[in-house]
Every structure is written in C-alpha cells, then in structure tokens.
Design a protein around this ligand. Structure first.
Ligand code: PLP
Length: 355
C-alpha cells in the first residue's frame, strides 16, 4: 500500500472552509461589494495570447512594488496570501532537527499558522491571549528563544479584529533577530496601519498583503509577500515560476488604480461595522472593537444555535468557538449597507428568541 510521509499521514483530513453558499455568506470575510468595475472591464478585454502564453510575474511585481514604495526585489507575488504563508513557513521551518524549528504565535489567530506549522513538523509555541483577546506582548517576548525560527502575527488579527501597537510589533521583531517575523496585513485597508515602512530597519521582518479582502478579489488568488531582498530571494528559489496566473496579473493594475473603489468599500464597511457593534452593545453582547471587515461577538454557550438560527434566516456566519479563548463566539463579516439592515434584524430576532 502506498503511504505518504508519516508526517502527512498524521495530519487531520482536509475540510473546505466553505460550509454553505446558500444565502448570504458572512462567514469568510469576503467582500460583499464585489470588485472594481475597472477590473471587470480588464477581464472582458483579455486576449487569446494573454491566456495561451505563460504569465510574467515580474511585471506584476514591479507594479505592486511601485504602489507600495519598495524595490521589486523586496516583493514576491503569490497565489493568494495563503501561498505566501506556505513559502515563508517552508523557507524557515521544517525538518532541521527539533532544535531551532519553533513557530511562535498567540491564540486566537489565523488557523493557517498552526496548519502550516503542523504540516512542516515544526514545534509550536502557542501563547494565549487574555480575556481582552489582545496580543499578549509580554508572553510573546518571553516565548522568543534560540529555538524560535518564525513568529506569526496577524495585524489586525483574525478572528478578533483587534490591532496591536506598532511599537510592540517592532519590539518583537527586534527581540527575535534570528527569526522571521511575519506581520500578516490581510485587513490593512480597513485599519490603515502598516509596518511596510519599517522593513528597511528590520531585516528579519516580513509583511504580507492580499487582494482577497478590501479589493474583493478572493477568487483571483493574489497575495504579496514583502521583506528584505536577500530573504525574499530564498522564497523565490522555492516558488514555482508560474504560481500567479495571467488573468490575475492582467487585473492587478486596474485593481490598484481604482483606489476610489477600495476607499468607498472601506468606508461602507466601517459604517456597517459600527452599526453591528452598536447593536451588540444594545443587546448586551460582548464584542471586540474591530479594525477589519468582521466583528467577533460572544453570543454565549449557544453559538451553535445562533449560527443555525441565522442560517435559517438565510445568513451564514462563522462559529468561532473552536478558536482558543473564543468560547460562545461567532464571527460576522460586515455586508453592504442594504444587506446589513436585514442582518441586524435577524440578529435582533435570533437573540430575542434565544433568551
Ligand atoms: C483571509 C486571510 C488571509 C488569506 O488571504 P488569501 O490571499 O485569500 O489567501 C491571510 N491572513 C489572514 C489573517 C486572513 O484573514
């Protein structure tokens, strides 16, 4: 019988993150506003040769580098940020003995970090946030040792929506000079704070971005990894040359040029987020003030019932209970203003019936 590597055989079976596409999907932090019309127009203008020839990632990298104000050598375009994470983790973690193979992160955070760490056989040092779910900076600093190879931090964080202080993130980067320190800025546009400008002073620092959230292009799969040119070159060595497809590359410029679309979408999300948080406060539900396009809400021991009741009303939200420290919590993506009226009504209704 054919057997994979024992490490692979020991992993949990794959399950799609998509639970249901019936109704309004507020469980994956996708954009409910769609994407820029300029991107759609570019898609419609694709020529046969753009599809028949292999893609030139380098052209897209120059465009994004220029947009971000970094050198093209400092940046790698990837098939969604997920691939950037996979390349980064593969470059620094892995089978190099049990010493010096440690991944450090704080729970609760993005599920891909433990998934990738496990797949690579890394040792994992997970520190736990307190009741406020804020980044436990002192514990993170205390967790850094000669074994640390990678520190992964989502800022703002998923599933909490919270952001950490810039000075704390830089202190962590400074305290782990021999480890890669990743700041995952998937929700940057909703928050406005970045560490891209600190990359020059911190050769072990990486910032990752995506077009999946504020740009509304999750289906195109476009991610960005930025870091010191010398380190990015290692990731380029292990990346397949045609990881980003021509269709995604063709849309890149139109997506970046339409900042008016991004800004309007972000403004609407902030408004919707405010309304959702206000309702939670009114209903006496604990929530964590969000810097993203979703809100984490504690609905009580009834999270599963809440999710099911919302689903019966045509709204899919995420049960966040599995995240350490998120007992009884759900994560709700902010929809468009017209969707949010119905969402708020449904929440009111479900909470009233649960009490
Ligand atoms: C959504 C998300 C990503 C993944 O983005 P893709 O580019 O779609 O792979 C990465 N990190 C965090 C924290 C996210 O929430």
């Amino acid at each position: 019988m054919l057997k994979p590597r024992s490490l692979i055989a020991g992993l949990s079976p794959y399950r799609s993150p998509i639970i249901s596409r019936d109704g309004l999907s507020l469980d994956l932090n996708e954009s409910m506003a769609g994407c820029s019309q300029r991107v759609l127009a570019r898609l419609r203008s694709l020529s046969a040769s753009e599809l028949s020839l292999y893609p030139q990632r380098e052209i897209g990298e120059r465009i994004v580098a220029n947009f971000l104000g970094v050198a093209p050598e400092q940046l790698l375009l990837t098939n969604g940020m997920d691939e950037a994470l996979s390349l980064l983790f593969t470059a620094y973690l892995g089978a190099i003995g049990n010493d010096g193979n440690e991944l450090l992160f704080a729970d609760p955070t993005f599920v891909m970090y433990p998934m990738l760490g496990e797949a690579l056989g890394a040792r994992m040092l997970r520190v736990q946030s307190g009741e406020d779910l804020a980044l436990p900076v002192a514990d993170m600093l205390a967790g850094i040792s000669a074994r640390t190879r990678l520190v992964a931090i989502a800022n703002p964080n998923n599933p909490t929506g919270l952001k950490a202080a810039r000075a704390d993130l830089l202190m962590i980067a400074q305290s782990a000079p021999d480890a890669a320190v990743l700041i995952d800025e998937a929700y940057y546009e909703f928050c406005g704070e970045t560490l891209v400008d600190a990359l020059a002073q911190h050769p072990n620092l990486f910032v990752a971005r995506t077009f999946s959230k504020a740009y509304g292009l999750a289906g195109l799969r476009l991610g960005v990894l930025i870091g010191a040119a010398q380190q990015i070159e290692y990731m380029r060595r292990i990346s397949v040359p045609f990881n980003v497809n021509s269709v995604a590359l063709a849309c890149l410029e139109a997506a970046l040029e339409d900042q008016a679309f991004v800004q309007e979408h972000v403004a609407q999300v902030k408004e919707g987020r405010e309304g959702l948080q206000q309702l939670c406060g009114e209903l006496g539900l604990r929530f964590w003030p969000s810097q993203t396009n979703f809100v984490l809400v504690r609905v009580g021991s009834t999270a599963k019932t809440f999710v099911e009741s919302m689903q019966r009303r045509g709204i899919v939200v995420r049960d966040a209970t599995a995240n350490p420290g998120c007992d009884g919590c759900v994560r709700i993506t902010v929809g468009t203003p017209s969707q949010m009226d119905g969402v708020l009504r449904a929440i009111r209704d479900v909470v009233a019936k649960m009490l």
